[in-house]
Design a protein around this ligand. Structure first.
Ligand code: SPV
Ligand code: MN
Length: 632
């Protein structure tokens, strides 16, 4: 090893930390730590291993540094991000790309490599001055598996390190055991919260930048703390993995992984699902009676001809708004227990308990929240009333606390075999509650690529505005959208079997603007999909796929939910809406054209053919086709 940074590192590290770093015998790790130790100039650097003692040290430091505060029950802490750092900063999250790649990356917020790297390195210079920092090793996916991606995080935020310890599998030992030929292949993340105020919040938000270097699998994140901006292993690693998977023939998707459990036989069937935010992703993954493997990010590989998946994470960084005893009983009960939980950007009441929006309990009218010392009616600098907690406030929790956790599936080194993919948007007037694609390819093009979410009365601005969200992955797709779609299509080549692909839509409104079924109806759609995987139900063929028969749904509603499902509701919900569908395809085409000038003709032809089929159906049956018109 070239010991270029030895003097500097020995100065900033204890003997123990230095030993741990050098024991890895990994020049690339050493150079990464050395370069940023020199450049960002922290006071000290702690190198963490996988021991329980170090886990505790990280928790203690997060409290000692004032980034977290103890709450009333043991293990629970609260953390606040700056008032202006409450969500992902999409504008300042950029790819730094070689000039020859600028054209193909231009719709993805790219800046020329040299310019971007200079800017971020200028911002990073001395940004850790005086701080105690930490280097920590993790894996994306299980260790010692075909899915593993080792990662190293260097940060001056102990809240970030603590969050990652909850959310990702430890991997110091994995780095220690790497073979020489593996030692260059890992992701690197440098993060600095930068200058902080008395509440521990980053202050230089005008210099907040998250720059992704896909060529070198490295991400720089400066002057932020909100986990979606700061945590290397979450959305930053996801963008690197999407790109790496694209080059190597595997997939990284913004998907949950769950097992649908057939009630009488207990048969487990694995599904993965992509839903844009606020479209029912977590509530689908957590449907009562089923089992959860992961709620946010999955890797997929072809293993021995099978479509297999792992959860990249081991915890949940979940939206806490609307989590209450009725709607999310499993999560809610866990948030009330004395166990390791980080609450972020919620209210700390005088009783030292956390409070959030729509938690179903009487909340205090004052306390400390994401805006500081707060009382009901307080306004922010823009005159906007400050809510009790931020709408994007979160909890960070280990998955293995959950009673519906599928430990076996989660731990499987070869992943679980996926038999069904679910794509669910928010759509008040077009798509049916559940529909099966005639093929995997049709599913990718007509269900996944056409996903949209829709603004509701609960969001600012006009209602019913649709945002394209192909594969629910638009914020993270790190190479051109057309190519990414091609890679989704070709991924199953040579597999023994392809998963069935389903669309779901929980948000169709009645003529009176109301939801037609109860929230738990998603359990019925899931079990119908499960039955289809196992060849159990007949269906009706529409121009875009197969829909259920009324008799099967009526039975499922009764058996699973003890609810009556009327034929009238069935007919309304499963009516095929021709013009609306053609408009959806047109919007998808336009969005792809805007994002990528090189979308292949075969993709566009598939949408044109689908539109022609729909128009032919319209000519024959009319614009609104009730399910009875279709045949099995
Ligand atoms: C999402 O926004 O999709 C999340 C939270 O899962 S974040 O970490 O901000 O990406
Ligand atoms: Mn997510």
């Amino acid at each position: 090893m070239n010991p270029k940074y030895d003097a500097l590192l020995k100065d900033k590290m204890s003997d123990q930390s230095y030993q741990r770093l050098s024991a890895l015998k990994n020049q690339k790790v050493y150079d990464f730590v050395g370069e940023f130790a020199q450049h960002c100039d922290p006071a000290t650097i702690y190198v963490c291993d996988d021991s329980a003692a170090d886990e505790q040290y990280v928790r203690d430091q997060a409290l000692a540094k004032g980034e977290e505060h103890k709450l009333a029950l043991d293990g629970r802490t609260i953390h606040w991000d700056g008032y202006g750092d409450q969500a992902r900063d999409k504008v300042n999250t950029r790819y730094i790309v070689k000039p020859e790649n600028m054209e193909r990356m231009k719709s993805l917020n790219a800046v020329p490599f040299d310019e971007g790297q200079k800017e971020i390195m200028d911002i990073a210079k001395g940004n850790m001055k005086g701080k105690d920092t930490i280097v920590k090793f993790f894996a994306e996916g299980p260790t010692d598996s075909p899915f593993t991606i080792p990662c190293v995080q260097f940060t001056d935020s102990w809240y970030v390190a603590h969050s990652e310890a909850i959310l990702y599998r430890p991997a110091y030992s994995h780095f220690l055991n790497m073979k020489d030929n593996e030692k260059g292949d890992f992701f690197r993340f440098i993060h600095s919260a930068g200058q902080q105020d008395e509440r521990g919040c980053s202050v230089n938000l005008d210099k907040r930048r998250i720059y992704m270097d896909l060529q070198n699998n490295m991400v720089y994140s400066m002057n932020d703390q909100y986990a979606g901006n700061s945590i290397g292993l979450k959305k930053h690693a996801m963008r690197l993995a999407i790109n790496k998977g694209g080059q190597e023939g595997w997939l990284c998707e913004h998907m949950f992984v769950m097992a649908v459990v057939e009630p009488s036989s207990k048969r487990k069937t694995y599904f993965a699902g992509a839903y844009p935010s606020a479209c029912g992703k977590t509530s689908t993954a957590m449907v009562p009676g089923e089992q959860v493997v992961g709620d946010d990010i999955a890797y997929f590989r072809n293993i021995d001809g099978e479509f297999r998946a792992v959860n990249v994470e081991q915890g949940i960084f979940g939206i806490i708004k609307d989590v209450n005893a009725d709607d999310d009983p499993v999560i809610f009960s866990n948030l009330k227990k004395p166990q390791e939980l980080i609450f972020s950007n919620v209210l700390q009441g005088a009783d030292n308990n956390p409070y959030w929006i729509n938690m179903g309990e009487n909340a205090p009218e004052s306390g400390n929240n994401h805006h500081g010392a707060w009382k009901k009616g307080d306004k922010d600098a823009n005159g906007k009333e400050v809510t009790i907690a931020h709408a994007n406030s979160r909890y960070t929790m280990r998955l293995d606390y959950l009673s519906n956790f599928d430990k076996e599936g989660f731990e499987a080194k070869q992943g679980v075999k996926i038999d069904g993919l679910l794509y669910g948007g928010r759509d008040s007037d077009t798509t049916v509650p559940v529909e099966e694609s005639p093929s995997y390819a049709s599913g990718i093009l007509l269900k996944a690529a056409t996903l949209e979410s829709e603004t509701t009365a609960a969001t600012l601005g006009a209602e019913g505005v649709r945002t394209a969200s192909p594969m629910a992955n638009m914020d993270f797709v790190s190479y051109p959208l057309g190519e990414y779609t091609e890679n989704n299509l070709s991924f199953t080549k040579g597999m023994k079997e392809e998963p069935k692909v389903f669309s779901t839509n929980y948000f169709m409104l009645s003529a009176k603007g109301k939801f037609v079924t109860s929230k738990l109806a998603k359990k019925v759609w899931l079990h119908w999909a499960d039955g289809r995987v196992h060849g159990e139900y007949e269906g009706l063929a529409t121009p875009t796929g197969t829909i259920p028969l009324y008799a099967d749904l009526k039975k499922l509603f009764k058996e699973l939910l003890d609810e009556d499902f009327s034929e009238e509701d069935y007919t309304y919900l499963f009516t095929f809406r021709c013009t609306k569908w053609v408009e959806k395809l047109e919007r998808t085409k336009a969005f792809f054209a805007k994002m990528d000038s090189a979308v292949s003709a075969s993709i566009i032809d598939a949408w044109d053919k689908a539109a022609a089929d729909i128009k032919a159906a319209k000519a024959k049956y009319g614009d609104q086709i009730a399910p009875g018109a279709f045949k099995g």
